[in-house]
Design a protein around this ligand. Structure first.
Ligand SMILES: Nc1ncnc2c1ncn2[C@@H]1O[C@H](COP(=O)(O)OP(=O)(O)OP(=O)(O)O)[C@@H](O)[C@H]1O
Ligand SMILES: [Mg+2]
Length: 239
């Protein structure tokens, strides 16, 4: 069963003001991701990886093409319909600080999806309990919940981002170079955590990186991208 099915997706940016020039950031890509599968997306800087990721979650509008999520073409959905779908698809960015509210304590950030009633009404005590449970799952200390993002390391903040995503409980995750901003020594820990969470929570994932070794490690299949196009898709298992 395909959770994601992308057909001839394009994103062109007009760049020249006088004689119309276009950057073909994404220039006709087609692929699918099975439920529970991780598809790796690898390619050189500027080849269009992030643009594909953002298109899939409709954070930006495609120039043309179709994106089916769980059988529904989301390119035609209204803002309201999209809002309903949004919790089912989440993105992990390179820089964890950019997806955390700097004025919110860690515990509040993780609690927010519960407080907003994403999974029905929950009492304060229950929310607190769920937050501590998630803090534990992602390997943070309970005392971290009272801190602010600037008081945590990059690796710790990426763990907070993951806890918050688990609170939202999506089916599909786009992880865009999720460890690129971290110290080498913490990168492997965070990658392992993402792998474990993916397995434990049955997530489907698009894992983006310029590093083929990392992508191979994380993925079931790999899509090789070059200048806006996917050149080929192959199994991540070595022959
Ligand atoms: N908002 C925009 N306006 C104009 N051009 C853009 C915009 N966003 C991206 N591009 C261009 O589209 C191309 C693809 O960019 P994208 O960020 O998707 O690459 P990437 O593969 O993620 O690169 P990196 O590995 O460096 O993150 C680049 O040439 C970029 O300059
Ligand atoms: Mg990118």
């Amino acid at each position: 069963m395909r959770l994601i099915d992308v057909q001839d997706l394009k994103k062109h940016y007009s760049s020249g003001m006088i004689n119309k020039q276009y950057t073909r950031a994404v220039d006709g890509v087609s692929f699918f991701i099975e439920k529970g599968e991780t598809l790796g997306l690898v390619g050189e800087s500027g080849c269009g990886k992030t643009t594909v990721g953002r298109l899939l979650l409709r954070l930006i509008e495609p120039t043309s093409g179709k994106i089916f999520f769980d059988g529904v073409d989301i390119t035609g959905l209204s803002r309201k319909e999209m809002r309903k779908l949004r919790p089912r698809m989440q993105m992990i960015f390179q820089d964890p600080e950019s997806s955390l509210n700097p004025k919110m304590r860690i515990g509040e950030s993780i609690a927010e999806p519960f407080r907003l009633g994403l999974h029905g009404r929950m009492g304060k005590a229950e929310i607190k309990e769920r937050v501590l449970e998630l803090v534990n799952i992602v390997g943070l200390n309970p005392e971290h919940v009272n801190r602010f993002p600037y008081q945590l390391s990059g690796g710790q903040n990426q763990r907070v981002v993951l806890a918050r995503i688990l609170a939202i409980n999506p089916e599909f995750i786009v992880a865009d170079e999720p460890t690129a901003s971290l110290d080498i020594s913490v990168q492997a820990q965070i990658l392992r955590l993402i792998m474990d969470l993916k397995k434990d929570f049955g997530l489907t994932m698009l894992f983006i990186s310029h590093d083929l070794e990392v992508v191979r490690h994380m993925s079931d299949r790999i899509a090789m991208m070059d200048r806006g196009k996917i050149q080929r898709i192959e199994s991540a298992r070595r022959a």
